[in-house]
Design a protein around this ligand. Sequence first.
Ligand SMILES: CC(C)(COP(=O)(O)OP(=O)(O)OC[C@H]1O[C@@H](n2cnc3c(N)ncnc32)[C@H](O)[C@@H]1OP(=O)(O)O)[C@@H](O)C(=O)NCCC(=O)NCCS
Length: 119
Amino acid sequence: MSTLLGMPGTFAVLESGSADDPAAVRGFVMARQVLDEAEVLTLAVLPSCRRQGIASALLARLAVDCRGRGAGRLFLEVSEANTAARALYEGCGFAGIGRRRAYYADGSDARVLARSLTD
Ligand SMILES: CC(C)(COP(=O)(O)OP(=O)(O)OC[C@H]1O[C@@H](n2cnc3c(N)ncnc32)[C@H](O)[C@@H]1OP(=O)(O)O)[C@@H](O)C(=O)NCCC(=O)NCCS
């Protein structure tokens, strides 16, 4: 993660805080932006904190951040097999724009998704 964050244009949005441990990170999304295009590099929520809207909120905050940095479009790749993430992204306004065959180590295809940040 620290290597990724060292790359130019790379940044993260965190969701932290719980009653027990205010400093705990419950989820994060990492992205990279080059000129007016941004890309989600990775997104994860602690298993015990899933289905509480954290990933949706992180993506909404990321969209605001990227727009503020001048991005007009947000891209990502998701495994065809990752039904949870695909449902999440669809609900957050992403639509398919392409596919990479056998992109992942398990042989699954990657779907390339994008959403506009200008509407
Ligand atoms: C995918 C992931 C980030 C979702 O995080 P989350 O905080 O649980 O997601 P949200 O609570 O914001 O869910 C929003 C919507 O996404 C969909 N969704 C999320 N998890 C789902 C699941 N397990 N099955 C089906 N739909 C799911 C639902 O439509 C959900 O809305 P609902 O709860 O009102 O039905 C989380 O499961 C995760 O960290 N998975 C492992 C890492 C990963 O796959 N990252 C994505 C890589 S591309």
